[in-house]
Design a protein around this ligand. Structure first.
Ligand code: SF4
Length: 445
């Protein structure tokens, strides 16, 4: 089996162990040698990326074509088993080259030793990338380039100063009424712009009970905490049983009102969202989820099905998107993303200015770009579809909303406002009525 070092920590994650899901087929599992041999053979010339192929083909047909081309011994059941996906991630440059024709900038990255952030892409997400040019938005977010080796003077490994706001290892307490609990440090796919690249994939934040118990004790002993966000790494890479253990512990704490889970699984490993998982999750309401989507090309049949399962379990879904240069930094792309998310019952929640993480300057746009995008959304599409654009303050100051300025003048008698179409309006402030006569004495006219 093709194991990455970290996915080996998926607790009880044996393919086909959940009785109510389709188990993998009975044929022998693909061995590393089998897989490696396939990786050494030439890319079939007729393979076309799902995203650039004829749109009349169904998404399923395209995925099947990818699977049969690159994983010919793998059944559909295995492909749709999240454990198979997690255990067969692409984690080595030589494997990457099997799927993608490497650009000079990508080759240059691998010519040096690996950077802080490991390489990892699920087979499913790779099926979205094959056939795409190296400058395609999706590919840029998961395939490293030489630009990651450049560290700008303003960049830090821990730009949000999480380490100094961690009273317990793996728990960040920044705001008064909520905490961030990092349950593990691995993800299904590593985003090249990750704020937590200093820890993800390093194996220093383990999901074992002894560590988690210390974090949960802190929450139990801190009555001001009414909201716990589980993140990481990706909490949904835990087995259902281990994740339920955490949720159950938290639900037994009376002052914990809200539990949230931050995850990128619906976009990179939608197979993980199973009926069994959502049946378990719905026992722990009110449970909210923040889903990490960055581009409309991630919104397809598979991610839609995953979101549908979550939404039908009564889980309110919000999205978190990082504003990334050359990926989603246009009104057109962002509008397509937020409108696609709305159709998937995901409410666009945050648009983040890219944090000052070491090696990410090639992803960072100006703040004005983000403001222009919000201005291009507000009024031009449903208000529900407009996310909050925020800068997570360097040094740990928390999220600060950044909005276009619609107030042209604010005088004592009222405001001059600009609407979405740049038309101007006067809105009067309430009158100073301190010297007005009693309305009972002066009838309204
Ligand atoms: S899913 Fe989140 S935590 Fe994981 S690599 Fe991407 S941004 Fe980082």
């Amino acid at each position: 089996m093709f194991h990455s070092s970290d996915t080996g920590m998926i607790v009880n994650a044996q393919p086909g162990s959940e009785k109510d899901e389709e188990p993998p087929g009975s044929r022998a599992e693909v061995t590393f040698d089998d897989f490696h041999e396939r990786l050494s053979s030439p890319i079939p010339s007729d393979h076309v990326s799902p995203l650039i192929s004829n749109t009349s083909k169904s998404f399923k047909q395209k995925t099947t074509h990818f699977r049969k081309t690159f994983f010919p011994g793998v059944t559909e059941k295995e492909w749709n088993d999240w454990r198979w996906q997690a255990q067969n991630c692409i984690t080595r440059p030589e494997h990457l080259k099997r799927f993608l024709s490497m650009s000079v900038e990508e080759e240059a990255y691998f010519a040096r030793s690996m950077s802080e952030l490991p390489l990892k892409i699920t087979p499913y997400y790779m099926s979205l990338l094959v056939g795409l040019e190296s400058n395609h938005p999706l590919r840029k977010t998961v395939v490293p380039t030489i630009h990651e080796w450049f560290k700008a003077p303003c960049e830090e490994n821990d730009p949000l100063n999480e380490e100094s706001q961690s009273p317990v290892h793996g728990l960040v307490h920044r705001y008064p009424d909520r905490v961030l609990l990092l349950v593990l440090d691995f993800c299904a796919t590593y985003c090249r712009y990750c704020t937590r690249s200093r820890v993800v994939g390093k194996g220093t934040i383990h999901p074992q009970k002894s560590r988690l118990e210390k974090a949960i004790d802190y929450i139990r002993n801190t009555p001001t905490v009414r909201d716990v966000l589980l993140s990481g790494g990706d909490p949904l890479l835990l087995s259902d049983e281990r994740l339920e253990w955490i949720l159950k512990q938290l639900r037994q704490i009376p002052h914990v009102e809200i539990i949230r889970i931050g995850t990128k699984v619906p976009s990179v490993l939608p197979q993980r969202i199973t009926p069994k998982l959502v049946r378990m999750l719905k026992k722990y309401h009110p449970l909210w989820m923040s889903l990490h989507f960055i581009h409309p090309a991630e919104c397809n049949d598979a991610s839609q099905k995953a979101c549908k399962l979550l939404a039908e379990a009564g889980i309110p879904l919000g999205s978190q998107t990082v504003l990334l240069k050359g990926v989603n930094d246009s009104v057109e792309t962002m509008k397509a993303l937020v409108q696609s998310l709305m159709k998937m019952r995901v409410r666009p929640y945050y648009l983040y200015q890219c944090d000052l993480v070491s090696g990410t300057s090639h992803f960072r746009t100006t703040v004005q770009k983000g403001i222009d995008i919000i201005r291009g959304l507000r009024g031009h599409t449903s208000g529900y579809a407009v996310p909050n654009y925020v800068i997570d303050a360097p040094g740990g100051g928390g999220k600060i909303p950044v909005t276009p300025n619609y107030i042209l003048e604010h005088a004592t008698d009222g405001l001059t406002l600009s609407n979405y179409a740049d038309q101007h309006f006067h809105y009067p402030e309430p009158l100073d009525r301190s010297d007005a006569r009693c309305p009972m004495e002066a009838p309204y006219v």
